[in-house]
Design a protein around this ligand. Structure first.
Ligand code: NAD
Length: 485
């Protein structure tokens, strides 16, 4: 292999790479071949201590800079990320197995968007002035302090940037723990921020499993925790943070509905369903995995879907012609295969796919089930793989109530050419992020996050700034103090 996937060391702390080989070794596996391409070591207590101490020290210096100065550094980091997009994309492909065709346009590029956007906003952070007769109140928007970010494995560069960019813009320091499955990319984000001028310690990356995340969450020096992960992990992290009244952002799982009405543009609806189920081999939290199709269009939808899926180019993710890559790990592949078996056992009709590919790596065919009913396991649980469940419906009210009949509330989509119906339906869907005649767009300018069990708080947009800062009110009395005694 010509590309060097082994990082200089496991952790990035206080402006440089740091190693402690006494930490548990973590093998990094290239999902397309199953080969080990790097080893990192989980953070020991000494490493965690170094990361938190340096973040705490650096944060004060960082917060003392003006927002414009901080923003300039973030925007410089965005430029470096764009200049190195190809190298960063290749690394993302090795880390996750996602096709280069995707990583070239969706990972370092969206990380750079976040750094640029929040870099631009950093100088605009203000409080307000509230006049009260002669007296007045002013508010100061202050950073929280040391923030911890914990990532999932599907978008390692993007998740690191979506958390670090708003945190740093507000004057916080970040200690980020990537997923143990994809530990490589976040190191590059910290390295680039440092190269762009961020003071040593402002963005640290430490490796490890859940225990390392848990010790970061419970450390009293940490003011805020932002997690991207599953609902079970979210419950644990939220509870641990609550014990010390810490701020949280929880970006968790979903089982999102995508509703296709009879009058929809068929080609666009099929395209939306493909994007919302098979991009990144289906390993996207906001995927519209319950596709409700109105009965009049059902057969045409399924026929066209199967036709277009047969054009997927499955294979070497480093070949830019490949449009569908492997699952991230053998473990995830097994989980998804079990769901496919359950779908068949519970009576869903397999329209296409369902098989593991007979080759190295963790490849699974894009899979579609039709005639799925609301109570089937594949319609209720998050699968996090390339498995689409198609459900039929008759009326608008029925589609809305069935779409909302889930504990999750991350995303939802509607395909229809009736403009009033589109807005009426979206207004009733219980989801944090909705799409009309589209699916899975996530521009940094728009808030992103979930309702119900899918999460707390929002990433991206101006709204993210509120989740990485707090307001201090200052009452100023101009006259004498009147005390009762
Ligand atoms: P996971 O919950 O297994 O792990 C997420 C992260 O939490 C990992 O870094 C893990 O090491 C860490 N962790 C585990 N236990 C912990 C603990 N007790 N304390 C602190 N940290 C702990 O999730 P995953 O399998 O890596 O990712 C898939 C899940 O993430 C799916 O449910 C998916 O929907 C969700 N996800 C959500 C979004 C979103 O933005 N809403 C984006 C991507 C993925």
């Amino acid at each position: 292999m010509s590309y060097d996937t082994q990082p200089k060391a496991s952790h990035f702390i206080d402006g440089g790479y740091v190693e402690d080989t006494s930490g548990t070794p973590i093998a990094v596996i290239y999902p397309a071949t199953g080969e080990q391409i790097a080893t990192v070591h989980a953070a020991t207590p000494a490493i965690i201590e170094r990361a938190l101490a340096s973040a705490q020290r650096a944060q004060k210096q960082w917060a003392a800079m003006t927002g414009t100065e901080r923003g300039r550094i973030l925007r410089r980091a965005a430029d470096i990320m764009r200049e190195r997009n190809r190298d960063l994309s290749v690394l993302e492909t090795y880390d996750t197995g996602k096709p280069l065709q995707e990583t070239l346009v969706a990972d370092a590029t969206s990380g750079a968007d976040a750094l640029e956007y929040f870099g631009g906003l950093a100088g605009s952070l203000t409080g307000e002035h509230i006049q009260l007769g002669e007296d007045w109140v002013y508010t100061r928007r202050e950073p929280l302090g040391v923030c911890v970010g914990i990532g999932a494995w599907n978008y390692p560069t993007q998740i690191a940037c979506w958390k670090a960019a708003p945190a740093l813009a507000c004057g916080n320091a970040m200690v980020f723990k990537p997923s143990e499955t994809t530990p490589l990319c976040a190191l590059k984000v910290a390295e680039i921020l440092h190269e762009a001028g961020a003071p040593a310690g402002i963005c640290n990356v430490v490796q490890g499993m859940g225990e390392v995340g848990a010790s970061l969450v419970t450390d009293p020096r940490v003011a805020k925790v932002s997690l991207t992960g599953s609902v079970p992990t979210g419950k644990k992290v939220y509870a641990a943070a609550a014990a010390q009244m810490k701020h949280v952002t929880m970006e968790l799982g979903g089982k999102s509905p995508l509703i296709v009405f009879d009058d929809a543009n068929l080609e666009n609806a099929v395209g939306g369903a493909i994007l919302g189920n098979f991009y990144s081999s289906g390993q996207v939290c906001s995927n519209g995995t319950r596709v409700f199709v109105q009965k009049g269009i059902k057969q045409a939808f399924l026929d066209r879907l199967a036709e277009r899926l047969s054009n997927a180019v499955i294979g070497d993710p480093l070949d830019e012609a490949t449009s569908f890559g492997p699952m991230v790990s053998e473990k995830q592949l097994n989980i998804v295969q079990d769901y496919i078996a359950t779908g068949q056992a519970e009576g869903a009709r397999l329209v296409t796919g369902g098989e593991r590919l007979q080759r190295d790596g963790f490849f699974l065919q894009p899979t579609v089930f039709a005639d799925v009913t609301d109570n089937m396991t594949i319609a209720r649980e998050e699968i996090f793989g390339p498995v689409m469940a198609v459900l039929d419906f008759d009326t608008e009210d029925e589609a809305i109530s069935r779409a909302n009949d889930t504990e999750y509330g991350l995303s939802a989509g509607v395909f229809t050419n009736d403009v009033t119906r589109a807005h009426r339906v979206v207004a009733q869907l219980q989801a944090g992020t909705c799409f009309i005649n589209s699916y899975n767009d996530a521009p940094v300018e728009a808030p992103f996050g979930g309702t119900k069990m899918s999460g707390v708080g929002r990433e991206n947009s101006r709204e993210a700034l509120n989740h990485y800062s707090e307001l201090k009110s200052v009452y100023v009395r101009m006259g004498d103090v009147e005390a009762p005694f």
